[in-house]
Unconditional design. Structure first.
Length: 242
């Protein structure tokens, strides 16, 4: 399982959208700054709580500019975090993911279209791979924002996504397919497009609220190393205040 999940580095489960927050209007430029917060709980296949996620999203004039996700163990202690800056590109944000239990870090650093993906494994030096942002490229949590922005379109057709995975220092093509549509939810399946990779990598299942454009549930591999030093299949339930 650990080998499989290395393919999924960068998928971190997932920060996402619309909850009640507050607005601050700047007297100087009349720009509205919105801060939104929500939580999520990750369960094992045995329905045991593995960790919790605390999400904080910052938007300016409805455009996401910054997000933070803290991962806490069941005792409330921080075990990992993900910090993203969307000012350069919403779908390929500059971000840093750090896992304290693994002593591991990876991320993406971009200036305009020129970028570097990197990883720092425990006891190792920083490894990097350069790339340029192209059409349908996504990194960090940018793929989620693309789905959220295009729910109406994507529920009727398949989509190809090139995901930047710093954990593998490479990008991979994945296929997004609709699993089911109703008034209350849209369910997607996201998996590697290449037939050989499908044999060795897990599938992600995503459930969205089509009205509020929120991620409600994620099922698939976790990018968080649990207390028994394993990556697990998880079911993450997102909890909003309204």
């Amino acid at each position: 399982m650990k080998i499989c999940v290395q393919w999924m580095m960068g998928f971190s489960c997932l920060l996402l959208f619309c909850v009640q927050g507050f607005s601050i209007e700047s007297e100087a430029n009349q720009e509205k700054l919105n801060i939104e917060t929500f939580e999520a709980v990750a369960y094992s296949t045995e329905e045991k709580i593995l960790y919790r996620e605390l999400h904080r999203i910052q938007r300016k004039n409805q455009r996401i500019i910054h997000s933070e996700t803290l991962y806490l163990n069941p005792e409330g202690e921080k075990i990992a975090e993900m910090i993203s800056d969307y000012s350069n590109n919403i779908h390929v944000p500059n971000y840093r993911f750090s896992d304290e239990l693994q002593d591991y870090e990876d991320g993406v650093e971009c200036r305009h279209k020129e970028c570097v993906m990197y990883r720092i494994e425990s006891g190792s030096k920083k490894e990097i791979q350069e790339f340029s942002i192209a059409d349908r490229f996504f990194a960090g949590q940018g793929w989620h924002h693309y789905i959220r922005e295009n729910l109406e379109l994507l529920k009727h057709q398949q989509a190809t996504m090139n995901l930047i995975l710093p954990g593998r220092l490479d990008d991979f093509r994945l296929q997004l397919e609709t699993e089911g549509v109703s008034e209350k939810e849209i369910r997607f399946k996201l998996e590697f497009e290449h037939w050989l990779l499908k044999l060795f990598t897990p599938v992600l299942y995503l459930t969205y609220d089509p009205t509020k454009r929120r991620l409600m549930e994620y099922r698939g591999p976790s990018n968080i190393n649990t207390e028994d030093n394993e990556f697990k299949e998880v079911r993450i339930i997102y909890q909003y205040t309204d």
